[in-house]
Design a protein around this ligand. Structure first.
Ligand code: 13P
Length: 252
């Protein structure tokens, strides 16, 4: 009952003209993704150009961050309404790179998620522990606290509408993937946390993606797990063929 979602996070790669080329290749490779949602998230500067390419296709557009205010004197920031007006339907919130390098807090993630939902965008809220947190046995506690922080004060209907992504920091860009068992156990823990806060019915409907070195070679074994509802793909989303293979692994 949860439709799988494969999202490509292009991070700070691709100029607008490069992004158009890649988006065109993705559309060509994935003319008609069936029974699955596919989203690409280029940098802000490429969103308008990529929106044109995706127009009329079944591939959705997402941004990588947003500010929580509707508008205001916040130099350099971008609001949910601005993204929505460009044609975005999704927005990544609380990526570990933003938490690590740009001081993103659970409180900000909460405000950004509320702003996204308020504008009709689907937030893809990222959570995940660092290597030292896993090695010292704190992974479950850390991820649970991030989930609780992100979802604080949300209504059950809002929680139903969002997507979570479990991205262990030690697996991002390292080539070291969580095992399907590790990912599934954490996803189950996240779902249990949501059930405790909003009820089992809401928790059953929430999509939880896995992210961290997802490649065509490991996508199949991760995505066949019942608790893993899709993937948030970094490096492998920068090539249309490998991204398409991951999407196809989710469809089979
Ligand atoms: P990689 O797939 O490059 O490890 O990146 C994962 C990620 O951070 C997606 O948001």
């Amino acid at each position: 009952m949860r439709i799988p979602l494969i999202a490509g996070n292009w991070k700070m790669y691709k100029t607008p003209s490069e992004a158009v080329v890649l988006a065109e290749e993705v559309v060509k490779e994935l003319a008609n993704p069936d029974g699955i949602d596919v989203v690409i998230c280029p940098p802000f500067t490429a969103l308008a150009a990529v929106a044109q390419v995706l127009w009329g296709s079944r591939i959705g557009l997402g941004a990588q961050d947003l500010h929580w205010a509707k508008e205001g004197p916040y130099t350099g920031e971008v609001s949910a309404e601005m993204l929505r007006d460009l044609g975005c339907r999704y927005v990544i919130v609380g990526h570990s790179e933003r938490r690590q390098y740009f001081g993103e807090t659970d409180e900000n993630v909460n405000k950004k998620s509320l702003a996204a939902l308020g504008s009709g965008l689907t937030p893809i809220i990222c959570v995940g522990e660092t290597l030292s947190e896993r090695e010292t046995g704190r992974a479950y506690h850390v991820v649970e606290a991030q989930v609780k922080g992100a979802l604080s004060g949300l209504a059950p209907g809002q929680v139903r509408a969002l997507t979570l992504a479990y991205e262990p920091v030690w697996a991002i860009g390292t080539g070291r993937t969580a095992t399907p068992e590790q990912a599934e156990e954490m996803h189950a823990h996240v779902r249990k946390t949501i059930a405790g806060l909003f009820g089992a019915d809401v928790a059953r409907g929430v999509r939880i993606l896995y992210g961290g070195s997802v490649k065509p070679e490991n996508a199949g074994e991760l995505l066949q797990r019942s608790e893993i509802d899709g993937a948030l793909v970094g490096g492998a989303s920068l090539q249309a063929d490998s991204f398409a293979l991951i999407v196809k692994a989710a469809m089979s």
